[in-house]
Write a protein that binds this ligand. Structure first.
Ligand code: NDP
Length: 341
């Protein structure tokens, strides 16, 4: 008998039937697309130097818990491109039967290859990067294609029209932007609208440790009715119990390739986290849960985009949705701890 008849049939992941029961889904602005209140990002923990059996467990566990959105970018690694490649492999082995239940996003705009077309917001770079990403993930399309950053060297119309072109070509379902300052975001929303493809979401940094978007950007979102997905809502792990007793060996801050540096884990920040822990306790939450529910309190913030290095992080973090409301007194106490009063 030829050997290929003896080959074991590939078995896909059998997803948890109750996966939609305990997640909250929010519409993004005027779009019909709903995002899970907790989404999973691939910036760390899915590179060529990470443990792929752990990465596989995290992806499958997240999907089983109702996390339907996986966020990537061309440059996530190391090396750049590795997260897309590794995600693609796991996805095709385990989850491709569920493709229509999953939002996969990717982004372009940061340096990827040498020369004038390897970076930025030109049509040349944006569409070449998307093509490379689709190949790495072995996908026909992504759900959201983002401009990863505003490129002041390129006319905004060119960057926005490259997103629209990707949508028209069927390589992306929706267009998004990331890290745009308020005045440019406003222009981007208008251009995209005039080109017939509204911005589905803006991906920005937001946490108790970084409240920059409260200074104008959230108002722009309200005015144009565009949703936000907020990245690093746990300040890369600082807004959890992880660093309360020093820097653990296996933490992001201890890893050479991690973007969180040891010196960013300051006593001042940890003192604040210790005070926040008291409020979390009163609300029957962990610090991570308090941080995520706090980040979701603005109606235009539709999803918190977390990272996870183990499946227990997923379980802890999705627990945030069990207590999403805050009393004015709790918010005042949090502001005081964060020196926002
Ligand atoms: P977080 O703030 O959620 O930090 C994630 C890290 O925090 C984990 O890797 C883990 O660190 C730790 N952690 C998570 N949950 C817990 C928990 N319950 N208890 C203890 N520790 C926990 O987000 P990220 O900074 O990872 O960013 C998330 C995603 O946002 C990225 O993957 C990416 O998709 C996106 N992003 C987008 C950017 C952009 O420019 N558009 C920029 C940055 C991120 P450890 O590894 O130490 O265990």
């Amino acid at each position: 008998m030829p050997l290929y008849f003896l080959k074991k049939e590939r078995v896909m992941h059998n997803a948890n039937e109750n996966r939609y029961e305990n997640m909250v889904y929010n519409y993004s602005g005027k779009s019909g697309l709903q995002f899970p209140a907790v989404s999973l990002g691939f910036w760390h923990n899915f590179s060529d130097i990470d443990d792929m059996s752990n990465a596989r467990k995290i992806i499958l566990h997240a999907f089983d818990k109702g996390i339907t959105h996986f966020d990537l970018a061309d440059n996530y690694g190391p090396p750049g491109g590795a997260a897309e490649k590794n995600f693609g492999r796991i996805f095709h082995k385990e989850l491709s039967a569920y493709r229509d239940e999953i939002i996969i996003s990717t982004k372009a705009g940061h340096p990827m290859w040498p020369g004038p077309y390897g970076n930025g917001g030109s049509r040349k770079h944006m569409l070449a990067s998307l093509d490379q990403g689709l190949k790495r993930m072995n996908l026909e399309y992504v759900d959201i294609f983002y401009s990863h950053r505003y490129d002041p060297e390129t006319d905004l119309v060119e960057t926005m029209s490259s997103l629209v072109q990707a949508v028209r070509q069927g390589k992306a379902m929706y267009a998004g932007i990331s890290n745009y300052p308020p005045d440019v975001a406003k222009k981007a929303f208008k251009i995209l609208n005039s080109l017939g493809t509204d911005c589905v979401i803006h991906q920005v940094s937001y946490s108790m440790m970084n409240r920059q978007i409260e200074r104008g950007l959230l108002d722009v979102h309200k005015k144009y009715n565009v949703g936000c997905i907020v990245f690093s809502p746990l300040a890369q792990g600082i807004l959890t119990d992880k660093y309360l007793n020093g820097i653990p060996k296996d933490s992001r801050a201890a890893k050479d390739h991690g973007w969180l540096k040891r010196e960013q884990v300051t006593d001042e920040k940890i003192n604040k986290v210790k005070q926040l822990k008291e409020i979390a306790k009163e609300r029957n939450q962990t610090i991570a849960q308090l941080s995520l529910s706090w980040a979701l309190r603005d109606e235009n913030i539709v999803s918190t985009l977390i990272g996870a290095s183990r499946i227990s992080h997923i379980d802890d973090n999705i627990g945030a949705i069990e207590n999403l409301s805050f009393t004015p007194d709790e918010l005042k106490r949090i502001d005081k701890i964060l020196n926002f009063l």
